[in-house]
Design a protein around this ligand. Sequence first.
Ligand SMILES: [Zn+2]
Ligand SMILES: [Zn+2]
Length: 136
Amino acid sequence: MTHQIQITVKCPLCHHSLMNDTVLIDQLPAIELEAKIGQKLGKIYLSQIYGSYYKKFEGVEDVVGTIAVFSCSNCHQPLPVIQNCDCRAPQVGMQLEVGGVIKICSRNGCKKHSLEFEDVNDAFILLMKGDQTGLG
Ligand SMILES: [Zn+2]
Ligand SMILES: [Zn+2]
């Protein structure tokens, strides 16, 4: 049995939800981010399933290796850079609804990401929640 962790996130700056339930990825509401790649501004939608790399690009090209500047789709402020990835691109953070941070690499094609919980109990709750959906 595999655990499928669903990540629902909000903007760490304005605390508005980043979930868009009109765009579905993996049959679930996607995480909507504004993305600037080069001079182009568009949207990138990410799967809310942790470990799924399905993405949708809107207005920006899906070119492996490019680095995007991610911003909140509500307040339009750039997401805070938490650290640099092993691939030297910035990793940005989003706030987990349950408390904690998910860090994602801003380089298209880089699979580095990680979760940091404020409290281990939050991680446990998230895993339990994933089980109850029957998706695991
Ligand atoms: Zn915001
Ligand atoms: Zn990276």
